[in-house]
Design a binder for this molecule. Sequence first.
Ligand code: HEC
Ligand code: HEC
Ligand code: HEC
Ligand code: HEC
Length: 195
Amino acid sequence: MKKIIMLVLVATGFLFAQEFVGVKKCKSCHNKSKTGAQYKVWEGTAHAKAFETLKTDAALEAAKKAGVKGNPWEAPECLRCHTTGFGAGGYEVKDEAFWNPADDDRAGKKAAKRMAGLQSVGCEACHGPGSKYKKKKVMQAVYNGEMDGASVGLVTPTEKTCVGCHNEDSPSFKGFDFAERVKVIAHPYPDDMAK
Ligand code: HEC
Ligand code: HEC
Ligand code: HEC
Ligand code: HEC
C-alpha cells in the first residue's frame, strides 16, 4: 500500500511539475502566417468556444438532463472536457490560487488571468502542459529533431488524445471519426516553411 501511495505521489509530482501556461503564451509565438498561424486557426474552431458553450440554453438543458447541480460552467462534470487540464493542475473552479490569492497577488488578478487562459479546449489540452517546452530554444530544438518533445512534455496528439473527450461520457456524443474530424481542426505548417 505504501508503495502504491509513493508511486502516486511521484506520478502527480511529475505531472504538476509541468504547468499549464495558457493559450496566450502559445499565441505569442504561434500566430504568424509564415509559420502557420496555429493560434488563428484554433481560434476559428469549436474548441476555442467550448467554455462559452457551457453558458448556452443547450448546455443548461443538457446539465439538467444529466442531473448536474448548479451552473454547467462551474460543474466538474462538464468542465473536465470543456476546459484545459481540468483535474490535472490546469483549470480549476476552486483553485486555491484563484480563491486565496498569493501574497503578491492579493486582488487575485494574476490567478484570474491564468484561469482565463485555461478555459475552453486550448493548445495544451492536446499538446500537454507547456511550462517545460515553451522556451524558444527548446521549441526550436524539438522542431529540428535535436530534442525529443516527450522529454519536455510536448505531446504529438493522436486519436487517443481526442477520445479522452470525444466519447460516450459527452451528453451530445454521436460517434467520432478521427480521420474526418482531425481535418476540421488541422493547423499544419505551410508547405514552404524552412527547416
Ligand atoms: C517563445 C516562442 C514559443 C512559444 C511561447 C511556444 N512555441 Fe511552440 N514553437 C516555437 C518555434 C520557434 C517552433 C518551431 C517551428 C516554428 O518555427 O514555428 C515551435 C514548434 C512547436 C510545435 C511543433 C514541434 C515539432 O515537433 O515540430 C508544437 C506542437 C508547438 N510548438 C506547440 C506549442 C504550444 C502548445 C505552446 C504553448 C504552450 C507553444 N508551442 C509555445 C516557438 C514557441
Ligand atoms: C479536452 C477535451 C477535448 C479534446 C482532448 C479534444 N476535443 Fe474536440 N471538442 C471538445 C469539445 C468540448 C467540443 C465542443 C465545443 C463546442 O461546441 O463548444 C469539441 C468539438 C470538436 C469539433 C467540432 C464539433 C464536431 O464534433 O465536429 C471537432 C471537429 C473536434 N472537436 C475534433 C477533435 C480532434 C480531432 C481532437 C484530437 C486531435 C479533439 N477534438 C480533442 C473537447 C475536446
Ligand atoms: C467526456 C467529455 C464531455 C463531457 C463530460 C461533457 N461534454 Fe459537452 N461536449 C463534448 C464534446 C466532445 C462535444 C462536441 C460534440 C460531441 O461530439 O459530443 C460537446 C458539445 C457540447 C455542446 C454543444 C452541443 C452540441 O450538440 O454540439 C453542449 C451544449 C455541451 N457539450 C454541454 C455540456 C454540458 C452541459 C456538460 C455537463 C453536463 C457536458 N457538455 C459534458 C465533450 C464533453
Ligand atoms: C484538439 C487538439 C489540438 C489542439 C487544441 C491544438 N492542436 Fe496543434 N496539433 C494537433 C494535431 C492532431 C497535430 C498534428 C500532429 C501530427 O503531426 O500528426 C498538431 C500539430 C501542431 C503543430 C505542428 C504542425 C505540423 O505541420 O507539423 C504545431 C506547431 C501545433 N500543433 C501548435 C498548436 C498550437 C499553438 C495550438 C493552440 C493555439 C494547438 N496546436 C492546438 C492537435 C491539436
